[in-house]
Design a protein around this ligand. Structure first.
Ligand code: SF4
Length: 333
């Protein structure tokens, strides 16, 4: 058994002070991933700072957009009227993830920080995993890699990021608010997660002692959306490919702005700005969507068991964009 200390904080300042004295400690939110990892011997934090009583549990208007506190539970985000009415793609993405019980516990900040579900990472009996034991190798590279990345991976790690919520947040161009002992800062969600490179154990730009305090959603005007998740079974399964598409149309029906992000294909929510820009001013039709999809999968690097993901991703992007622009039951737009 690994010994650890437990402290409960009731304010951001107290939480930051507590973690400052335990630099290798971890904040404990819903615990839906961290506690599993501790039980399986993957994570060994010497201290847990419980932040479930820290008052970061509001969803409220913020400027022209909406601010979601980092301790808001996933189910509360999905059900909140501001989110359902103004950012339905986020509600949909969250409801496609995990189970109702897990969504009731999991927090917004924790969702961003959840770790890959690569089976070799979760099982310490496998000696090779650069993410768990830096420098040990990667068992997935020549192992069973059906669920692994085709984009953004490296020779050191090809794990995928497992979140549905983060895919929608990336499509929505959300911003992550961070607070550390010295300063606060804002990070675009698209820059929050890091690609593995030679250091797959470093997954985000979060510095030691920093806390995610909220996630900000920008204003969107007249948007249409779709979230499609392709998986091996229809419930409680991680994405083989997921696509969040948010399309802003102008008065003439042309695309003013396209927002597209993919899950299940890369170590982070995957956005290709060039593909989004290719749709600006275009008619919302299959030809334009096909070109954007081709740009997204350009340079994909498949492995033994996951080459199918390239065509699956391309088709799912086209399908999501068609759904977003042709469905008549949109709540916003
Ligand atoms: Fe570990 Fe990444 Fe390789 Fe999986 S893909 S075994 S997480 S190094």
């Amino acid at each position: 058994m690994n010994r650890f200390t437990y402290q409960r904080s009731t304010s951001v300042e107290q939480a930051l002070s507590s973690i400052g004295g335990q630099p290798s400690g971890k904040f404990l939110g819903g615990g839906t991933n961290l506690l599993d990892l501790m039980k399986m011997g993957v994570e060994h934090p010497p201290a847990l700072i419980d932040i479930t009583r820290v008052p970061l549990n509001q969803i409220e208007p913020h400027g022209d957009g909406v601010r979601i506190g980092s301790m808001v539970r996933n189910s509360a985000v999905a059900a909140h009227p501001l989110i359902r009415d103004r950012y339905p793609v986020l509600s949909q993405a969250i409801l496609h993830g995990a189970s109702p019980q897990i969504r009731n516990m999991a927090t917004t900040g924790g969702n961003l920080l959840q770790r890959t579900r690569c089976p070799y990472f979760y099982d310490p009996s496998y000696a090779e995993c650069n993410k768990r034991v830096p420098g040990s190798g990667c068992a997935a590279m020549n192992g069973y890699n059906r669920n692994h990345a085709i984009l953004g991976g490296s020779d050191h790690c090809i794990a995928t990021h497992p979140s549905d919520m983060a895919v929608a947040l990336a499509a929505l161009d959300a911003t992550v608010q961070l607070k550390g002992p010295q300063a606060e800062r804002s990070v675009p969600l698209s820059g929050f997660h890091l690609l593995p490179g030679t250091t797959p154990q470093i997954e985000t730009v979060l510095k030691p002692g920093e806390l995610i305090t909220s996630i900000d959603l920008p204003a969107l005007d007249g948007t249409r959306f779709a979230y499609i998740k392709v998986r091996d079974r229809n419930s409680y399964a991680f994405a083989l490919v997921s696509v969040a598409a948010v399309i802003e149309l102008d008065q003439s029906g042309k695309i003013r702005k396209a927002h597209i992000a993919l899950g299940g294909v890369a170590p982070k929510p995957w956005k290709v700005v060039e593909a989004e820009h290719s749709l600006t001013g275009a008619s919302p039709d299959e030809a334009a969507f096909g070109k954007a999809a081709a740009l997204i999968v350009r340079g994909a690097r498949p492995h033994r068991y996951n080459a199918f993901k390239i065509e699956l991703a391309r088709r799912t992007v086209v399908r999501a964009l068609l759904d977003a622009t042709t469905r008549t039951d949109q709540k916003n737009g």
